[in-house]
Design a protein around this ligand. Structure first.
Ligand code: 4AD
Length: 455
């Protein structure tokens, strides 16, 4: 029988196929279904064709046999072609494994969009071992791969879980503007833009706007893009990242630390309990251990001692001294050696932002915290804020910031000030820790960094 002579036709005597998405097909054993998706894997074995079909909701193993496996149309199928497969869901025999523990016995199918083979084939486009920058050019295709798509699913579950914890803790979600005229984290990383002839910036952090919401909405949070014109290429810096930020009123520094602990512990727990994301975390990061409260507390001054005791040097290659910034490499060495989540607290005034409150028992240092995680280092930065007007003005002066553009922020100290604090979490950083990725670039849909603004 020549393959070319076989026409693929549906047998009208079969029961009508129920349209189903893959995640839903696993429970339909014995039923005739139709599923649409992309051909993720394709192999033939003794005149049987095995297709792993992907629709974003899951994967299903599909078997084409008999005439279906011989037809020229089937032999011409390629990876990433879209098809609608009709057939019966069967339970896998003992000892065999496939997603959902089932297989689709295909009796008929339609091609929706045939992807090219040969030179222009999908696999050639994202050939393994490709130069990372070529792979980034093909990000729109690379996202279809197992690892990247898994990280994106965990990312969605994480954001959902974070919102769930905020809801449980009675924080209200707000969406401050991204186009602003104030800096938060220093002038050197500002993206400037021409705003109808006025100078404006892409926001570095929504913190100042969150502070203005306390009096009207109480404790608030936002999940919003932040922008940093970082010049250096590192494993953990992006030019645009998704910033999870919260601001809380009438609390102490200790309350703030406990709140951050609760958020991290619970949102990770919810991700691990998620039926889709939980197994994906296991797959991406088999050794992941869920963090437990309380986190280790380490004061900056004791970290300096620790670094010197462990012969880790500062940026100048010298012993650390009080007042030095603990840069990325040293911070990661320390975090990896200690091997557990750390609250690094009480940083010196000079190396922190204008708005941070000083400690009452030591005015050289601030009520500030960085959360450090093994493999990544800093994933969160937070602090109590200066709530006294004069002290705030002194902070602006120290940093050489013209206060005109900040009148609305300063008004918060005038019309009913209160003790308050907050923090920001880099979504891609917490994901790099959770999913054990080498770089935050692997945790962003379309990463942005200097020299990369496409696709
Ligand atoms: O420590 P940062 O600069 O703190 C702030 O922006 C505060 N105003 C937040 C607040 O209190 N509301 O940034 C907070 C976090 C960092 O810990 C890091 O996880 C992430 O944002 N982050 C970056 N992530 C990716 N790329 C970058 N260039 C980042 N810069 C900061």
């Amino acid at each position: 029988l020549s393959a070319l002579n076989i026409t693929i036709k549906e047998d009208e005597s079969l029961p009508a196929a129920i349209k189903t998405r893959i995640y839903d097909s696993y429970s339909k054993v014995g039923q005739r279904v139709k599923v649409s998706g992309w051909i993720h894997r394709l192999r033939s074995n003794k005149k049987v064709i095995f297709v792993v079909l992907r629709d974003g909701s899951g994967f299903i193993q599909c078997v084409l046999s008999g005439d279906l496996a011989l037809a020229q149309q089937t032999l011409d199928l390629t990876l990433e072609s879209t098809v609608t497969l009709y057939g019966t869901i069967v339970k896998l025999p003992e000892g065999k494994t496939a997603p959902g523990g089932v297989e689709l016995n295909v009796d008929y199918y339609e091609v929706v969009g045939l992807a090219p083979g040969g030179e222009d084939s999908f696999t050639n486009k994202i050939a393994e071992g490709s130069d990372p920058s070529l792979l980034l050019d093909q990000r729109h295709l690379a996202l279809r791969g197992d690892a990247l798509s898994a990280v994106m699913k965990v990312r969605a579950a994480l954001l959902k879980s974070v919102r769930r914890v905020y809801d449980e803790e009675h924080l209200t979600e707000v969406t401050p503007p991204c186009m602003v005229q104030t800096q938060v984290e220093g002038g050197s990383t500002l993206f400037k833009m021409n705003y109808y002839g006025e100078e404006a910036y892409l926001t570095q952090s929504s913190q100042l706007y969150l502070e203005t919401c306390l009096a009207s909405l109480g404790d608030v949070y936002t999940i919003q893009e932040s922008f940093r014109a970082e010049k250096s290429h590192t494993r953990r810096h992006l030019s645009e990242y998704t910033h999870i930020e919260a601001e809380l009123a009438f609390l102490t520094f200790d309350d703030l630390l406990q709140h951050i602990e609760t958020l991290i512990v619970k949102s990770v727990q919810y991700v691990l309990e998620d039926p889709i994301a939980g197994p994906l975390v296991k797959q991406l990061n088999p050794n992941f251990k869920a963090p437990k409260a309380p986190f280790m507390r380490l004061q900056y001054k004791d970290a300096i001692t620790w670094l010197n005791e462990h012969d880790i040097k500062n940026e100048e290659g010298e012993d650390f001294k009080f007042g030095d910034d603990i840069a990325e490499a040293a911070e990661r060495k320390m975090t990896d050696t200690i091997g557990v989540p750390i609250f690094l607290t009480r940083f010196p005034v000079e190396i922190k932002s204008f708005y941070m409150k000083r400690c009452s028992d030591d005015p050289r240092v601030t009520e500030s915290v960085d959360v450090l995680m093994p493999n990544v280092g800093e994933i969160t930065g937070g602090s109590m804020r200066i709530d006294d007007m004069d002290e705030l003005m002194a902070g602006f002066k120290r940093e050489g910031i013209d206060t005109d553009a900040y009148y609305w922020f300063i008004d918060q100290r005038k019309y009913g000030t209160c003790p308050h604090g907050g923090y920001g979490i880099g979504t891609e950083r917490i994901l790099a820790w959770l999913c054990d990725r080498f770089t935050v670039r692997d945790c962003s849909l379309y990463p942005r960094f200097s020299g990369r603004c496409k696709p």
